[in-house]
Write a protein that binds this ligand. Structure first.
Ligand code: PBG
Length: 325
């Protein structure tokens, strides 16, 4: 039976109808807000390529975390851009390092807010790559995962509610899980950046996190945007190694991957609406080319509809306020 008996417009004719038949709901419960921490006090340094986003000193990150929590956002994701950078990523392994200080300060000020700590070496290495470099210029997998595990332990000890490795080295989830368990942190979850693509959409983030690679690119460890089966392979490996949540990143250009991962696993699926996705909307809205609020809500709804349970987004506090208004 088709038209004229079938008229799908019948259930679209008022807001009440549309609310009743809506299939996907966006709620503040699903949102995670990234924060960029820099050294100093009372620093709120605007990230030029990300309007409205600032690099924050620890004291200001605490304020920003309070604002996000008050808006109804359940979790923040912490990135540090320390001043000290060397081949060993010493800063990230230092129990008094910038990220650890920020984790402890936010947990003290907002105990209810979950603090996820991004675990990577790129912010703390002088070359800006996500792992250690051999003398021949190769990113060395196995020494990198030992360091990443140390960094994760450091953040767990500082009070992080989850550690989120974003480096894309092989075996890092297993290495982190083993060290956390051996050191009394069996209860700390791992959010694995499982399918993280070598994307052009990370550009603005690299300004915010001061983590652009000094040479080359990240294609020897991050995934080829052309691959989907490989994403499932990565996700299943991370689960075998002990990941508690798995992530797809970026989100918007990879909705098919989000859907396939959602259908393949039983754990929560996280999608990261990355810096470039944020800045594209901001730039077009600033020129009046798209309606900012509508575009933001549409992208987040699309990511949820594709199958993401949770979304990391720079829009999180603003959206949480809209949704609870
Ligand atoms: C670091 C890291 C990156 C992002 C999150 N963690 C950048 C990169 O891999 O170059 C990107 C986040 C964003 O663009 O918002 N490993």
């Amino acid at each position: 039976m088709g038209f004229p008996q079938q008229r799908p417009r019948r259930t679209r004719q008022s807001d009440a109808w549309r609310r009743l038949v809506r299939e996907t709901r966006l709620t503040p419960d699903a949102l995670i807000y990234p924060l960029f921490v820099v050294p100093g006090r009372a620093v709120r340094h605007p990230v030029e390529s990300m309007p409205g986003i600032c690099q924050l000193s620890v004291d200001e990150a605490v304020q920003e975390a309070k604002v996000a929590a008050a808006a109804g956002v359940p979790a923040v994701l912490l990135f540090a851009a320390p001043a000290r950078k060397d081949a060993q990523a010493s800063e990230a392994r230092d129990p008094r390092g910038l990220a650890s200080q920020a984790i402890a300060a936010i947990k003290e000020a907002c105990p209810e807010l979950l603090v996820w700590a991004d675990v990577c070496l790129c912010g703390a290495t002088d070359h800006g790559h996500c792992g250690h470099i051999t003398s021949s210029g190769v990113i060395d997998n196995d020494s990198s995962i030992r360091t990443l595990a140390e960094v994760a332990l450091n953040y767990a000890r500082a009070g992080a509610d989850a550690v989120a490795p974003s480096d894309m080295m092989d075996g890092r989830v297993g290495a982190i899980r083993a060290l956390l368990d051996a050191q009394g942190h069996a209860a700390t979850p791992i959010v694995a950046y499982a399918a993280k693509y070598a994307s052009s959409f990370y550009g603005p983030f690299r300004e915010a996190a001061e983590s652009a690679p000094a040479f080359g690119d990240r294609r020897s460890y991050q995934m080829d945007p052309a691959n989907a089966r490989e994403a499932l392979h990565e996700v299943l490996l991370d689960l075998e190694e002990g990941a508690d949540l798995v992530m797809v990143k970026p989100a918007g250009p990879y909705l098919d991957i989000i859907r396939q991962v959602r259908d393949a696993v039983r754990v929560p699926v996280v999608a990261y609406q990355v810096s470039g996705e944020f800045s594209l909307i901001k730039a077009a809205a600033a020129r009046g080319w798209v309606d900012e609020r509508a575009a933001i809500l549409e992208t987040l709804t699309g990511i949820r509809r594709a199958g993401a349970d949770l979304i990391i987004s720079y829009f999180a506090p603003e959206v949480a306020r809209w949704l609870s208004a």
